[in-house]
Design a protein around this ligand. Structure first.
Ligand code: URP
Ligand code: ZN
Length: 473
């Protein structure tokens, strides 16, 4: 690849903020400085733009089977194109071990599906659902040879994904001994199952019962419990999609005692609340994700968590299902659960909106500064999951994953303009300030305004280093 020179933008990293040119050679940043001149470069004028590192989204579910034939509606191509238009250049998806399968088989299956389609760089967390001695025995090789340094366990969805506390402990010991990280979906699945049965027996089948049967207390309980297990196992722990104040309180309490408890939240918990479940007809199904949307008190607590570093990462949990059946069929649609809230596919879209929402609602709104924005969306995720400094910053030697953002341009979020396959937006009609104008992946421009210049298969698999003992600053 030839040289690329991007001139005169404002480079923002998690710690820096200065005007400079960036010279890119062979896909990495060769130099930053004032008035760089070079022959034979492809030159881009970026006056008035901000250069930020390509986003790293550590929680997405592309072409993911959810059981009974239900599957998310973005494949690795449409989902990563959507991510790229949103300024994200690396995603970490999941390789789920099915019962009876080995973790390595799960990884190989997902690698084969992703490789021809991914348009941005990608990695996988392995989800363990069958924690057998032989599965545990494979984990060191996955960490040391295959570049999978993080493993996800579910405390929810009994009979499907849930593992018990002993298996959580065993996995933590094994993964922790090799410097990896364990990610937890922390909700008390057993009690939630009882609440779901109670609701259905009473004839309560509408989508709002999704929220009513997944109480904040049960997220708080599971978060507290799993942090205690991690404390016993003497390993760091990472809580995914934290939504409830009670769960954040458990993280804060542990961190205050010096325990390595980390957590992410998602844009929908920061910008939406449970009043969405009062929407008429089946509309509320669009907001059926797990955990469900919470109240204003939780939103306030989450913002405080982001400000004071009790929450380290904003990820999307992009897990899209169309609203209408006729788009990609009933199995990729919320309509699958039209008669029973417990059958509505859990999950919501958002991979394209993370940077726009957090820039507008965080930086422009004065809740976080621009360096913290970069930290939350790129640097901390890269550090936490073994991608830094190749990803997550703009520095000499790092991959030239660079986003040019116009800090002043306003635009309106809509399903009619996004690039995901999903047929609705959680944020339809919301006007935001800050527009992504160009996106470079390893020095190659893949987004130029509204034009897509990337290719299926150009994304590279990221073999990640074990980062479980690295603290995120
Ligand atoms: O609703 C969500 N988050 N869907 C993805 C599966 C899960 O719960 O993690
Ligand atoms: Zn989850």
């Amino acid at each position: 690849m030839g040289k690329v020179l991007i001139k005169g933008g404002r480079i923002v990293t998690a710690v820096d903020d200065y005007i400079a040119d960036i010279l890119i050679e062979n896909g990495t940043v060769e130099a930053n400085g004032r008035q760089i001149t070079v022959d034979n470069a492809d030159v881009h004028d970026a006056a008035g733009m901000q250069f930020i590192p390509g986003g790293v989204d550590v929680h997405v579910h592309m072409e993911t089977p959810m059981g009974n034939g239900v599957e998310t509606c973005d494949d690795f191509e449409s989902g990563t194109v959507s991510a790229a238009f949103g300024g994200t250049t690396t995603v970490i998806d999941f390789a789920q071990q099915f019962k009876g399968e080995s973790p390595k088989q799960a990884l190989d299956r997902r690698l084969a599906a992703a490789e021809p389609k991914c348009c941005i760089d990608y990695g996988f967390h392995v989800i363990l659902t069958d924690v057998t001695p032989s599965a545990l025995a494979e984990l060191p090789d996955l960490i040391n040879q295959e570049g999978v340094s993080s493993f996800k366990l579910y405390m929810a969805y009994p009979g499907v994904m849930m593992v018990d506390d002993a298996d959580i402990y065993r996995t933590m010991r094994k993964v922790g001994n090799h410097g990896g990280m364990v990610n937890l979906h922390a909700e008390n699945g057993i009690v939630i199952q009882a609440l779901i049965e109670e609701a259905l027996e009473a004839g309560n089948t509408s989508p709002k019962f999704h929220q009513l049967t997944r109480p904040q207390l049960m997220e708080g309980e599971a978060t507290h419990r799993v942090i205690r297990i991690a404390e016993l196992a003497e390993v760091p722990v990472y809580i995914v999609h934290l939504s409830a104040k009670e769960a954040l309180d458990a993280v804060v309490e542990a961190r205050d005692r010096g325990i390595h408890a980390f957590a992410e939240t998602c844009p929908h918990y920061l910008f939406l609340d449970k009043s969405e479940y009062e929407r008429p007809e089946f509309e509320a199904a669009k907001y059926v994700m797990t955990p469900p949307l919470r109240d204003h008190k939780c939103q306030h607590a989450l913002w405080r968590g982001l400000q004071f570093d009790d929450l380290q990462i904003v990820a999307t949990d992009h897990c899209p299902f169309c609203f209408n059946e006729n788009a990609y069929g009933i199995l990729k649609s919320k309509q699958y659960g039209k008669d029973n809230f417990n059958k509505i596919p859990n999950g919501a879209p958002g991979v394209e909106l993370r940077l726009s929402l957090l820039y507008d609602g965080g930086v422009v709104a004065g809740k976080i500064n621009i360096n913290r924005f970069v930290q939350l969306t790129a640097t901390a995720p890269a550090k936490m999951f073994g991608l830094f400094p190749q990803k997550g910053t703009i520095a000499v030697g790092s991959d030239a994953d660079i986003v040019l953002l116009d800090p002043n341009e306003r635009h309106t979020l809509s399903a009619s303009t996004h690039h995901s396959n999903v047929d609705y937006s959680l944020f339809e009609g919301r006007e935001v300030q800050g527009k992504i104008k160009k996106v470079f992946l390893r020095g190659e421009m893949i987004v130029d305004g509204d034009s897509w210049l990337g290719r299926a298969g150009m994304g590279q698999y990221m073999s990640r280093s074990a980062s479980g003992r690295v603290l995120v600053s």
